[in-house]
Design a protein around this ligand. Structure first.
Ligand code: ASP
Length: 344
């Protein structure tokens, strides 16, 4: 009798062990997408060398996040670390190499959202934080707030032990030349008409914000966006990038989104949240929801830009209504796509 009892207990244990083992090994499809900004990016304006530099930078950044996901790390960490690489690269409009405001220095915006907890953090108008996306994550994790701005954001980041740099760190020769060019255009435009046509002015800007969305093996989504905003911006202008729902959104029920482009339009259309809402309430596929927001909502209002998005199954969208968007995607199998021009 006793023996039968022990045998049944052992069988039961080994069955549940198997079950546990199976569950342990059962992993979710994962994937990661990054962007380095959308805009008038044309093959004829790009040297082979420049193109290669962009493709290599995108490749390096996405591989860092992919490695984290492959090893079972969180989408939050993958998003942060991939964006850190892009922030440190002078090629993109975020961190080092961010565009300069009208007064000649960088004001940085960034935001992050965790699709599992629906918690979010953001900084805007920061001037000293080397990696603003990391500060956005600290706001989410270690403050009772969602968005901090200006000096307060810088101070908070310093208190959190993040790297603080002198404002000269962000400035590159290329961005100084850009600012001079844009200021000259502004002076000339004012000479022709008293009222500056901001529409024409901003439409032709090259953007260059960076962003990342990821789905990890645990089925959790995350999104982040980091930028210097727009060249020659004035009056502490804040774009869409630090605004949850406009520049960044993530929800495990639907998708994770990061936007880039003419920020005012992404704010007015609540672009990132709109994509998630179309999926949640209307059952749209990620490609259809992204296309609807970029082409039908933003495009029809006269705005331009693009989004990257990944859903909770690993399907992705990289949608734009500009001639190009620096972008890359890696899936669970490690298949890598790096693209620049729209029709690539
Ligand atoms: N969306 C950003 C902003 O308006 C600019 C960009 O994407 O490059 O600040």
């Amino acid at each position: 009798m006793k023996n039968i009892f022990f045998i049944s207990i052992l069988t039961l244990l080994s069955c549940s062990e198997n079950k546990l083992g199976l569950e342990k090994n059962k992993t979710h499809n994962f994937g990661i997408v990054i962007h380095g900004g959308a805009g008038t990016i044309l093959k004829e304006n790009m040297s082979d060398e420049m193109e290669l530099q962009y493709r290599n930078a995108l490749k390096t950044a996405i591989k860092v996040g992919h490695e984290i996901l492959k090893n079972g790390g969180t989408s939050q960490l993958a998003v942060e670390k991939s964006i850190n690489i892009l922030e440190d690269s002078p090629l993109f409009n975020s961190g080092k190499g961010a565009v300069l405001n009208s007064y000649g220095f960088a004001e940085l915006d960034a935001s992050f959202m965790n699709g599992k907890s629906l918690k979010a953090g953001a900084v805007s108008g920061a001037r000293k934080i080397k990696n603003p996306i990391s500060a956005a994550i600290k706001v989410m994790e270690n403050s009772p707030h969602v968005m901090l701005s200006g000096n307060g954001a810088d101070q908070f980041a310093e208190q959190q032990g993040l790297e603080i740099v002198n404002s000269d760190y962000f400035i590159t020769k290329r961005r100084k030349r850009n600012l001079e060019k844009v200021k000259l255009r502004e002076v000339n435009a004012k000479k022709i008409s008293n009222k500056l046509n901001y529409d024409e002015f901003y439409k032709s800007q090259l953007f260059g914000t960076v962003g990342c969305v990821a789905l990890d093996k645990h089925g959790n989504l995350a999104a982040g966006t980091s930028t210097g905003g727009m060249t020659n911006k004035k009056w502490n202008r804040i774009g869409d990038a630090p605004i949850i729902g406009a520049g960044t959104y993530a929800n495990n029920l639907t998708c994770a989104v990061s936007s880039t482009g003419w920020g005012e339009f992404f704010i007015r259309t609540v672009a990132a949240f709109n994509i998630s809402a179309l999926m949640e309430y209307k059952n749209l596929k990620i490609e259809d929801a992204s296309s609807l927001v970029i082409n039908d909502k933003i495009g029809k209002l006269g705005g331009n830009g693009g989004v990257i998005a990944i859903d909770n199954k690993g399907n992705v969208a990289m949608e734009m209504n500009t001639p190009g968007m620096y972008r890359a995607h890696m899936n669970s199998e490690g298949k890598l796509l790096v693209k620049i021009y729209k029709d690539e």
